[in-house]
Design a binder for this molecule. Structure first.
Ligand SMILES: *Cc1c(COP(=O)(O)O)cnc(C)c1O
Ligand SMILES: [Zn+2]
Length: 499
């Protein structure tokens, strides 16, 4: 719809102008920094940063008006407002619209679980399929924001050839490489991967986008240390979620849930895997922003999920008394939720601060972390996908986490779950293959449930009988016999009855 076709009173709000007063705030010492520099950590104390907006003029707009603005923007054909920047005022309202990078990210579908799956789990729930983003994971939300900011900064300062670097469990690098390749000469990307710890599909993505791909021994946490040192000592732009511009973009996940449920989220429980903890940071922050602006009136439950093989956040919250909590990184073990296989999450200080604020504003403890086994993750992923979903292993972890939260009485079965499938199942097909072929290395501790296994059936022809070969098709009677023979075998296997 064209702008002049919208109601007169809503027109002035539809195309936003940059007017935010954004700054970085250090979570450790409170120092604030100007956003005209790309910072990853506090210059004074090394603490983790978050971006905030001093301009709160958008708080003068009522919640109801916001509902209308967002709903009308849905119908607006303005390219930069089609993705995560539909919520412009709540993301990065300093970036001019013509510098926003949009590759089709965001607005991923909420798919209602079918009744068989709902009955099995014992609660009503939806999957939000973030695997349907351009590079097939939720990381595109954050990358769209970070690269838009980089483009804005580059134009403002006349920079080109910015080298963007990231460490990755697979999806950050796929996304960083995709978005950087779009920016031609402004940004070039290099990605650092733990060798053998990303799937072949994930490795093919940055290669295909033309990024420099570097593989090193170790796990993600080791790669992260290397890129942190590089960002400290050299002129490179760090694209890990330590970069707080990424957190802003990822908040759109919460905004979309609010909008898609007509801003009624008080009975919802959002369940998501925790790796480096950027996602859960953004999800909490997003709901808090909408709550503080009066766009939602109640905060949903948030259930973070970790595998037994990479559970530092879960362990931290085991201690019930906040003053006695102490964060200790863990050494990770092989995990099918490989994208979340992180022992020392960079965003931990953000989680600690935001979870406390969240629970306080919710009036009760609504942020919880549960722990699941590798077996539960795999069984849940396969079960979800046998019911019309396209969950990755981390999406399986979300379902396993929902079940755990119900078992532990953290959730009421009258609530509605919203499960984050953080990536597309195809990226993690190797784990499905290991499950179906019962070929998991012992360290994974996964034994396939025979009822969930699947394998192709090989149709063969008996010795000496001709079969078609590439470049050598069968002809005439031989072909007819071959087709009839195959059809008969299939009819037997599938127990077909004759018409
Ligand atoms: C990055 C990633 C995660 C973990 O998210 P964090 O923000 O690091 O906690 C989970 N699942 C997938 C598919 C990912 O790519
Ligand atoms: Zn500081």
């Amino acid at each position: 719809m064209k702008i002049d076709q919208f109601p007169k009173d809503i027109q002035p709000y539809l195309i936003p102008e940059p007017k935010g007063k954004m700054f970085y705030r250090c979570l450790k010492c409170g120092t604030e920094f100007d956003i005209q520099e790309l910072l990853y950590t506090c210059v004074k104390c090394g603490g983790v940063l978050l971006l905030e907006n001093r301009d709160i003029s958008h708080h003068r707009i009522t919640g109801n008006t916001w509902h209308e603005i967002f709903d009308y923007r849905r119908m607006l054909n303005v390219q930069p407002l089609k993705g995560i920047f539909r919520y412009y005022e709540f993301i990065a309202p300093i970036i001019p619209l013509d510098q926003i990078v949009y590759l089709g990210e965001g607005h991923t579908p909420l798919v209602h679980a079918n009744s068989r799956l709902r009955n099995l789990v014992g609660i009503d729930f939806y999957y939000k399929n973030d695997g349907l983003n351009p590079s097939a994971s939720f990381k595109d939300r954050g990358m769209a924001c970070a690269l838009s900011y980089l483009q804005y900064l580059a134009r403002k300062k006349g920079l080109s050839g910015i080298l963007a670097i990231c460490a990755s469990t697979g999806d950050t690098s796929a996304s960083a490489a995709l978005y950087s390749s779009y920016l031609e000469n402004t940004v070039k990307s290099a990605v650092l991967l733990p060798k053998g710890k990303v799937t072949p599909q994930q490795l093919s993505q940055p290669l295909g986008s033309g990024a420099r791909v570097l593989e090193m021994p170790g796990v993600f946490d080791d790669c992260m240390k290397v890129v942190e040192l590089l960002a400290e000592q050299y002129n490179v732009a760090l694209l890990n979620s330590k970069n707080s511009w990424r957190i802003l973009g990822q908040e759109s996940f919460s905004f979309e849930i609010a909008q898609d449920f007509d801003y009624q989220v008080g009975d919802k429980a959002v369940v998501l895997p925790i790796g480096n903890a950027g996602n859960i940071t953004a999800v909490m922050s997003g709901f808090l922003k909408f709550f503080e602006a009066g766009i939602i009136s109640t905060l949903p439950w948030i259930i973070g999920v970790q595998s037994e093989h990479a559970d530092p956040v879960y362990r931290y919250y085991l201690e019930q008394t906040p003053a006695k909590r102490h964060f200790t990184p863990v050494d990770v073990r092989p995990s099918v939720a490989q994208a979340a296989m992180i022992g020392n999450p960079v965003s931990m200080p953000r989680v600690i601060e935001l979870a406390e604020k969240y629970n306080q504003l919710a009036g009760e403890k609504r942020v919880h972390v549960v722990r699941v086994t590798e077996q539960e993750i795999m069984d849940s992923m396969i079960t979800a996908n046998q019911n019309g979903n396209i969950a990755c292993t981390q999406g399986g972890e979300s379902l396993a986490g929902l079940r755990k939260a119900l078992d532990e009485g953290l959730l009421d079965s009258r609530m509605i779950g919203i499960l984050d499938s953080t990536a597309h199942m195809l990226k993690f097909a190797t784990f499905q293959e290991k499950y179906f072929e019962d070929s998991f290395e012992p360290a994974f501790e996964v034994v396939p449930d025979p009822n969930l296994k699947n394998a192709p059936v090989q149709l063969t022809v008996e010795d000496q009988k001709p079969s078609p070969q590439p470049g050598k098709p069968l002809k005439g009677r031989e072909m007819d016999k071959f087709i009839a023979h195959m059809a008969e075998k299939i009819a037997n296997i599938l127990h077909l009855t004759k018409k």
